[in-house]
Design a protein around this ligand. Sequence first.
Ligand SMILES: [Zn+2]
Ligand SMILES: [Zn+2]
Length: 335
Amino acid sequence: MSVVRQDLSTKDWTIFATERAKRPKDECKVVEKRQIKDEYVKSCPFCKGNERMTPKEVFSIKEEGSWKIRVVPNKFPALKLKKEYDGTIDRHINDGYLYMDGVGSHEVIIESPKHNDDLATLRLEQVEEVMLTYRQRFIELSKNDDYQLIVIFRNHGIRAGTSLEHPHSQLVATPFVPCYVRNKLFESQRYFDDLGRCVFCDMIKYELKDNERMICENEDFVAFAPYASVVSYNVIILPKKHESCFVDVSEKDVRSLASILRLILQKLYYLLDDPDYNYVIDSSPIDKSGERHYHWHLKILPRLTTRAGFEIGSGVNINTILPEDCAKSLREIKI
Ligand SMILES: [Zn+2]
Ligand SMILES: [Zn+2]
């Protein structure tokens, strides 16, 4: 018997059809084993020694003269800095349709000089520096009045849409707030209007009490499998302190985030044999810093299956493993 669950914060539905995990799919199974990688790859623009292959860096963390983390503009950006092509954020109408210049920032955060490093296996200190870099770039770009939303994300593996395997994350700043984000803000606002509380703070309370979907916690963060997980092994990491925008996160908290994120990535790495995944820092738009109804978080979505026709047609995901079972496996795996 399948069950359909609703996410408290977005009102999105997910179908849990655990029977579907047993359906025959051998003939179209994709066998992909990660290969042993070299520390340096001549053609990789992110490897140490190949710095000339990227645009000029905008930020770096160095140790004894050599870089540990570098941030560079994306060479093939989705959105481009205004100064580079005289763009504007003015909206125009053409035959009734709205358009604007592709103004924005698209940066790459190179997480290590070594090609064969991985966030799951890096030392804690290096993961902390990646998170501190996220914070520095977020704060820096939030000063630009043209930008409304900043999205920091990491694509790991081909199924997650990565085009370069060197460990890196990305950041995109947009001069508009997309409908997808507006809808999430609207639903959390509605919850706040009805109950006078932040929906995410409530979720933390429920999960800590119920414990069934909890994976781990530290002083500042909780990590659990969401009640209406959109994919198997979906994990959400939430700060215990209510904070709507990532721009407000403290240096201490960002170090604490590094510690819990690293632990979750390690658990996924060992439990699921280094799965492809996306993670995203889901923050309120910049001008919504201090909102009482939204609560920033980091969500991890392993890419064990691909969205198919039903998901595209309905916006409803079909998940074959209950979050209670995913959380149990993630809790129990020892690092
Ligand atoms: Zn490389
Ligand atoms: Zn909250």
